[in-house]
Design a protein around this ligand. Structure first.
Ligand code: C2E
Ligand code: MG
Ligand code: MG
Ligand code: MG
Length: 284
């Protein structure tokens, strides 16, 4: 029980634990100032038509470079920022920078490229729809230039404003996708009620295809759900040609992963759009 576990945790308190605590405090202190100090930048990973190889969209992925901590991957710091609430400011910066970038690509004649942005559940509780509407106006973008990716966490938080926010975003023409689909906790029944456009199969599952039977089963199931509900589908984490072919056969139309490209600096992304219609495979 909880009490028992708490007591053990204190018995286990060690120098390593104290160090962890210090690391956490340092990261949270640095995170608080990181927006003002301009320590973030975005890289863009292509989402690729699995049949033809064309780039459909760019997923914006945040990168943080701090003088004390060095380069930090989002898996490490986003959770901290969610705990402290700093994710709200960081998330606003990400949305604005992504909109600015997609405006620039469109102005440079690179076509009607769309940008997908990851949003935290905490941003949903912070007037997300109004913020997005203001950004679309500021950069003179249609809602369809923007896709928001959120995890099932948003749905279990079940804040009263969430459904209204979904409806408002949808009314703006913004695309809505559930990221890391299948990793989450909740029942499938919400899928029918939400105004979403698509699902993203977690790389947790694409990793094991075509060899692992249970990963194959999950990918088949998600593909069938998407098809029968008329939802778009993107597979993440495609690293090999055999994965690409297998997912294509399952009816997954779009994918992203190191087979095509990692997250790229904006000018590299732009030259891919400009030049090769068929993205080159890269070494991960
Ligand atoms: P995600 O949204 O599911 O993004 C996919 C992650 O998988 C990215 O990691 C990407 O670099 C990585 N990846 C892409 N292709 C491959 C592949 O073929 N193989 C493998 N092994 N990995 C691949 P990254 O950039 O470290 O981001 C991790 C997570 O952090 C993201 O997962 C997302 O949940 C979160 N995140 C990233 N940027 C933001 C942001 O701006 N805001 C918020 N709230 N979360 C973000
Ligand atoms: Mg994502
Ligand atoms: Mg994902
Ligand atoms: Mg992920």
């Amino acid at each position: 029980d909880v009490k028992h576990r708490t007591r053990n945790a204190w018995q286990d308190f060690t120098p390593e634990l104290a160090q962890k605590q210090q690391d956490r405090v340092l990261m949270e202190t640095q995170l608080r100032r990181a927006v003002d100090n301009e320590e973030f930048h975005l890289v863009y990973q292509p989402q690729v038509d699995l049949r033809r190889g064309q780039i459909i969209a760019a997923e914006a992925l945040i990168r943080w470079s701090n003088h004390q901590l060095g380069e930090q991957r989002p898996d490490l710091f986003i959770g901290h920022a969610e705990t402290t609430g700093d994710i709200v400011r960081i998330g606003r910066w990400v949305l604005r920078e992504a909109c600015r970038q997609v405006r620039q690509w469109r102005d440079e004649g690179l076509g009607v490229i769309r940008v997908a942005v990851n949003v935290s559940y905490r941003q949903f509780a912070d007037d997300l729809a109004r913020h997005v509407r203001e950004l679309l106006e500021e950069f003179d973008l249609p809602g369809s230039a923007l896709e928001l990716e959120f995890t099932e966490r948003v749905l279990i938080e079940d804040a009263p404003a969430t459904l209204r926010t979904f409806a408002e975003l949808r009314a703006l023409g913004v695309l809505l996708s559930i990221d890391d689909f299948g990793e989450g906790y909740s029942a499938l029944n919400y899928l029918r009620r939400l105004p979403i456009h698509g699902l993203k199969i977690s790389q947790l599952f694409t990793e094991g295809v075509p060899g692992n039977r249970s990963d194959v089963a999950v990918c088949q199931a998600v593909s069938a759900i998407a098809r029968s509900l008329g939802l778009g589908l993107v597979a993440e984490g495609i690293e090999s040609e055999s994965q690409r072919q297998f997912l294509l056969q399952l009816g997954v139309p779009v994918g992203q992963g190191f087979l095509f490209a990692p997250g790229l600096p904006p000018d590299e992304f732009a030259s891919r759009l400009r030049g090769a219609q068929r993205p080159q495979a890269v070494q991960a």
